[in-house]
Ligand binder design. Structure first.
Ligand code: ATP
Ligand code: MG
Length: 360
């Protein structure tokens, strides 16, 4: 069986370091491993509209931002297919059929949807489109017959939902769809990177992000203002690691080489942590180190972005040709789906023959 990746992002803002450690970095590694037959990376504009219906301009403007972020992180259009979701209407049609296989109470139990509804103050007025986005995600994944979906932890319930739809579809209509596997980051700190304010998740919609394209000064300002241990007031005080965002970021980003280069007094993160918890290590010193680490990760990304920004038409052409290729694949799956459901009346003479027989 082919090994196929489908993953993507909502164009609700530029991509941030949470996307990078949660999914983007892994995608580039998987892309370059050469062990996948096809890789589809989708800019989920239709999904972004489910909670931004009144602001299509925001979505429209961020499509190019996300595409630039992809390319500057090392997504290679020769190896990965980039596509814009709304330009593949077959996805919407698939969602429509899948909706019949899911109950309202099942979607209501989805913990990510639950917390996102709360975060957006949607409790009393949830748009139906937003409520059903896990089903549309199942359409995106299955349309490309994805076997592997590299995403952050918040996507676990979506993958569960997709698997249930696949099983239900195959049992009702016959083997047609492929069951995907989620691929979560190995590093625990990358599963759900917190915001710089210490909130549970760095998220474009919460404005607590360090963006991949952020300028040097801005990164520094954000790192220096990051949430640490509020009880660690004097340098001599013992500090807490739990819930300390600076250390979570170091868990996510720092390597032995970073210590050699920027903080040679310590050989590794465990040593730094030990000193912090014992007391005698100030937040400023740790933050300065984290700043160096993040700057060294983001500088090459920012530089590559500047190059791509000089040729926006090139990026446009990548999106257009990728979307065209993706549309063919999705159309093929849709046709298989309709064939399995026996709602392909004009594909062949089967239905006509049945009707003739019935009325003869
Ligand atoms: P929005 O606030 O509009 O939902 P977002 O910041 O949550 O935006 P998405 O486009 O919803 O970003 O998510 C894209 C991908 O990035 C998903 O695979 C998701 O799991 C991953 N991701 C997003 N935020 C984080 C994070 N803070 N840590 C790890 N992975 C993340
Ligand atoms: Mg999200």
């Amino acid at each position: 069986m082919s090994k196929i990746i489908l993953t993507g992002d909502r164009p609700t803002g530029k991509l941030h370091v949470g996307h990078y450690v949660g999914s983007l970095k892994r995608r580039v590694e998987l892309q370059n491993s050469g062990s996948f037959d096809d890789i589809y990376i989708m800019i989920a504009d239709a999904q972004a509209l489910t909670d931004n219906a009144d602001n299509p301009k925001k979505v429209r403007d961020n499509i190019m931002e996300v595409a630039l972020d992809y390319l500057s992180c090392g997504i290679d259009p020769e190896k990965s297919t980039l596509l814009i979701q709304s330009e593949v209407p077959e996805l919407t049609e698939l969602s429509f059929y899948y909706m019949n296989l899911v109950t309202v109470s099942r979607v209501q139990r989805n913990p990510t949807v639950k917390s996102e509804i709360q975060m957006r103050n949607f409790e009393a007025s949830i748009p139906v489109g937003f409520f059903t986005y896990p089903i549309s995600q199942a359409a995106d994944i299955t349309a490309f017959k994805a076997t592997t979906v590299p995403v952050g932890e918040d996507q676990l319930p979506m993958l569960e939902q997709t698997k249930e739809i696949v099983r239900k579809f195959n049992s009702v209509y016959g083997d047609t769809l492929v069951e995907p596997e989620i691929l979560l980051p190995d590093n625990k700190a990358c599963l759900r990177l917190p915001g710089i304010d210490g909130k549970a998740k760095m998220s474009k919609s919460l404005g607590n992000c360090i963006y991949l394209s952020e300028e040097t000064n801005e990164i520094k300002k954000k790192v220096m203002s990051m949430y640490t241990d509020p009880d660690h007031i004097k340098i001599e005080d013992p500090g807490k690691l739990e819930g300390n965002t600076v250390f979570t970021y170091l868990d996510a980003f720092s390597t032995k080489e970073h210590f050699e280069e920027f903080l040679p007094d310590y050989s590794c993160l465990d040593e730094l942590k030990e000193h912090y918890t014992k007391g005698g290590l100030g937040d400023v010193k740790v933050k300065k180190f984290l700043n160096n680490v993040i700057q060294s990760e983001l500088e090459p990304i920012r530089n590559r972005r500047a190059e791509y920004q000089k040729d926006i038409t090139y990026v446009y052409d990548i999106l257009k040709s990728g979307t065209e290729k993706a549309r063919e694949v999705a159309a093929n799956t849709l046709s298989e789906v309709k064939n399995s459901m026996k709602i392909n009346y004009f594909d062949n003479r089967e239905w006509l023959e049945e009707q003739i027989k019935k009325y003869s």
